[in-house]
Design a protein around this ligand. Structure first.
Ligand code: UD1
Length: 360
C-alpha cells in the first residue's frame, strides 16, 4: 500500500482536490490522505466547501491560519513536515498557486518525496502577484506536472521541463463544476444581474483604488442589480473606509458574505455578466458560457480568452466602466467554446497517471 497525501489550504484548492480524492480513493493499492493546512479557516471559506463537495473531514488539519506570507508559509512547512515524517508518503499532491501549495511542495521535496502539481505551468508573467511566485517556485521542484490548458504545457517545456513529465489532463475544477451543474438542471432562460468578486491584494488593499473600482462598476452596470459576495480581505478594507455601509445602503447592490460553492455557481450561471479578479472564476464562466470581465492586467489562463468568454480589461476605472457598459449592451452570447479536456474527467486521468508513476 502506497500513501499519497493531497494538501489543500485555501478556498480554490477544495474544488480542485475533491475529484482527485474521489478518483484516488477508488484505486486499490493507494491510501489517500487529505491534509488541510487551515490557511482558510472561516466556515464560509472552508467548511461549507468540504460539506458541499462531499470531502468529509480532512485526515489532518494543521490550523495555520492567517499571517504574513512568510509566517503562513513557514507554519505550513513546520506542521506539514511532521505529517510527512509520520505518514511517510510515496507522493504529495499540491493544487493551484496558494501559499499552502508552495509550502507543502518544499517540504515534500526536501524529504525526497515525489511531488505532483495539479494546475501546473500557468504563468501570468506578473511577478508582483504572490501566486506567480508560488507557481514558478512549485514547478521548479515538481516531478509530475498536471496541466489544465495548452499554454501550461508550452510554458513548462520552455522552462526546460522534460516532456514525458507533463500531462495535459484537463481541469479538475471543471470536474467539480460539471458534477455540481449536472445536478442543478438547466439554467433559467433569462439572465439578470452583474456578479462581482474582488480579492486580489493589488485591487483591494489600497482603499482609494478599491473605491475607484467600485464606483466604475457602479456606473458601468447602469440599472442592473450588482451582486457582490465579499471576501474577508476585501470586507476589512471596505468597512475601514465606510464604503461597505454606503454600498449596503444602495438599493442596486447586494452585499453578501462569502458564498458557498452551490450558491456561488447558482448566482454565476444566471448572471448577465461576471466582473472578477479571481483566477478560477475565469474558468468557471468559460465553461458555463457566461460573459466575464477580468479586472487584471494579465491572466495565467489565456484559454479563457482565446476560447472562452473572458476579457481582460485591466484596472483603469474608465476602462472598467466602459467594458461593463459595452458588455451589458451587447447581444447575449449564442454559443461558446470550452477548452479541450474540460469534460469532467480530468481527475480520473490524474489518478491513472499517479498509479502508473508509483508502480514504476
Ligand atoms: C488566498 C490565495 C489566493 C486565492 C485566495 C482565494 C495566497 C498567496 N493567496 O488569498 O491565491 O485566490 O486565497 O480566496 O495563498 N481571512 C479570513 N478568514 C479566512 C481566511 C482569510 O478572515 O478563512 C482573512 C484574513 O484577514 C487574512 C485575509 O483574509 O489575513 C487574507 O487571507 P489569505 O489566506 O492570506 O489570502 P487570500 O487573500 O484569501
Amino acid at each position: 500500500m502506497r500513501t499519497v497525501i493531497s494538501v489543500v489550504g485555501a478556498r480554490p484548492n477544495f474544488m480542485k482536490a475533491a475529484p482527485v480524492k474521489r478518483a484516488l480513493d477508488r484505486i486499490s493499492g493507494i491510501r489517500h490522505l487529505l491534509v488541510h493546512t487551515g490557511q482558510h479557516y472561516d466556515a464560509a471559506m472552508s467548511d461549507v466547501f468540504f460539506e458541499e463537495l462531499g470531502l468529509g473531514a480532512p485526515d489532518r488539519f494543521l490550523g495555520v491560519g492567517s499571517g504574513s506570507h512568510a509566517e503562513q508559509t513557514a507554519k505550513v512547512m513546520v506542521e506539514f513536515e511532521r505529517v510527512c515524517l509520520e505518514e511517510r508518503p510515496a507522493m504529495v499532491v499540491v493544487y493551484g498557486d496558494v501559499n499552502s501549495t508552495l509550502a507543502a511542495g518544499i517540504v515534500a521535496k526536501k524529504l525526497h518525496i515525489a511531488l505532483a502539481h495539479v494546475e501546473s505551468g500557468l504563468r501570468s508573467r506578473d511577478r508582483g502577484m504572490p501566486e506567480e511566485i508560488n507557481r514558478i517556485a512549485t514547478d521548479a521542484i515538481t516531478d509530475l506536472f498536471f496541466v489544465t490548458e495548452e499554454s501550461g504545457r508550452r510554458n513548462l517545456l520552455r522552462e526546460g521541463v522534460e516532456e514525458g513529465r507533463v500531462h495535459l489532463v484537463g481541469n479538475t475544477m471543471i470536474d467539480s463544476l460539471a458534477h455540481l451543474a449536472g445536478g442543478m438542471g438547466p439554467a433559467p432562460a433569462g439572465r439578470t444581474g452583474v456578479v462581482v468578486t474582488l480579492h486580489r491584494p493589488s485591487n483591494v488593499d489600497n482603499p482609494e483604488a478599491l473605491e475607484c473600482l467600485v464606483e466604475a462598476i457602479d456606473s458601468g452596470s447602469g440599472s442592473e442589480m450588482v451582486i457582490f459576495p465579499v471576501h474577508p480581505r476585501t470586507e476589512g478594507v471596505l468597512r475601514a473606509g465606510g464604503l461597505y455601509e454606503r454600498l449596503a445602503a444602495n438599493g442596486r447592490w447586494r452585499l453578501l458574505p462569502p458564498a458557498g460553492y452551490r450558491d456561488f455557481i447558482g448566482m454565476v450561471r444566471t448572471a448577465r455578466l461576471v466582473v472578477t479578479d479571481s483566477g478560477g472564476i475565469q474558468e468557471e464562466t468559460t465553461w458555463l458560457g457566461v460573459p466575464c470581465l477580468t479586472l487584471r492586467e494579465s491572466t495565467e489562463r489565456p484559454a479563457t480568452i482565446e476560447q472562452g468568454t473572458n476579457d481582460l480589461v485591466g484596472t483603469e476605472p474608465e476602462a472598467v466602466r466602459a467594458a461593463i457598459s459595452d458588455r451589458l449592451s451587447a447581444p447575449p452570447l449564442l454559443s461558446h467554446l470550452v477548452p479541450p479536456l474540460w469534460d469532467g474527467r480530468a481527475a480520473d486521468r490524474i489518478a491513472r497517471i499517479i498509479h502508473q508513476f508509483l508502480a514504476q
